[in-house]
Design a protein around this ligand. Structure first.
Ligand SMILES: Nc1ncnc2c1ncn2[C@@H]1O[C@H](COP(=O)(O)OP(=O)(O)OP(=O)(O)O)[C@@H](O)[C@H]1O
Length: 217
């Protein structure tokens, strides 16, 4: 699904990602690592929002930077959320559905957005924005969603709710690549854990392999 070869991203003199060669298949992949390790850079390269400095990334066999047909097949939620502040949540979801296809009603219901969807996004709390941002990734019936810190800013009740939803979508065949510092809930159903630190892949394996190596469980 995702394949990289010597994937490198530099920002000036900073090497954020350093010659990473990895394949990520179907299922749920949890990406962990220290602050500044390169996780969000990796996700942005997968999403086609960053262009590699060197090396190659292929998502569904195509170049996510250059190929809109590739981008059509996945959804993405960034952290902090990238949302148009002067639109309502409903306008934003409808705009996405126009571009990406599919309906928004199931997504609105699944993510319990109804209570605030007709307000301007500029009036949302951080948790509301996060909920809308994650929901946005599901518009257009994607085969894969890329989620950067989906649990940040969610309250104690919302965390198990959103994790439960993601687990349900995963059990229905959706692939998920998730970067999260709140990793524990994902260990329950992740198929694979990748640790990125210092711009490189430091660990890569099943939950049992990586989590026990890092004493996470
Ligand atoms: N747009 C940018 N311009 C300049 N430097 C950047 C940019 N984005 C990331 N970096 C740098 O690249 C490195 C990797 O950052 P990245 O955001 O990918 O790490 P991360 O693992 O996601 O960190 P965190 O867990 O803190 O979110 C850091 O040194 C960061 O300062």
């Amino acid at each position: 699904m995702i394949r990289t070869k010597h994937l490198t991203k530099r920002f000036g003199h900073i090497t954020a990602l350093d010659s990473v060669s990895i394949g990520i298949g179907e299922g749920v992949t949890l990406i962990l690592g220290p602050n500044g390790g390169g996780k969000s850079t990796f996700l942005n390269l997968c999403a086609g929002t960053y262009r590699p400095t060197e090396g190659v990334i292929r998502v569904f066999g195509g170049d996510p930077w250059a190929d809109a047909n590739v981008r059509q097949r996945f959804g993405v939620s960034f952290d902090p959320p990238a949302l148009p502040k002067h639109r309502t949540g409903r306008e934003w979801l409808e705009f996405l559905a126009e571009i990406r296809g599919g309906s928004t009603s199931d997504i609105i219901e699944a993510f319990s957005l109804g209570g605030f969807l007709d307000r301007r996004i500029s009036t949302y709390s951080a948790g509301m924005m996060k909920r809308l941002s994650i929901a946005s990734a599901f518009v257009g019936e994607p085969e894969l969603v890329l989620l950067d810190e989906p649990l940040v800013n969610l309250d104690f009740d919302a965390i198990p709710e959103i994790v439960g939803l993601l687990e349900r979508f995963a059990s229905e065949g959706l692939s998920i690549v998730v970067v999260s510092h709140i990793w524990k809930p994902f260990l329950e159903f992740a198929d694979r854990v990748v640790v990125i630190a210092g711009g490189r892949v430091k660990h890569d394996g099943s939950v049992e392999e990586v989590a026990s190596a890092l004493s996470l469980i």
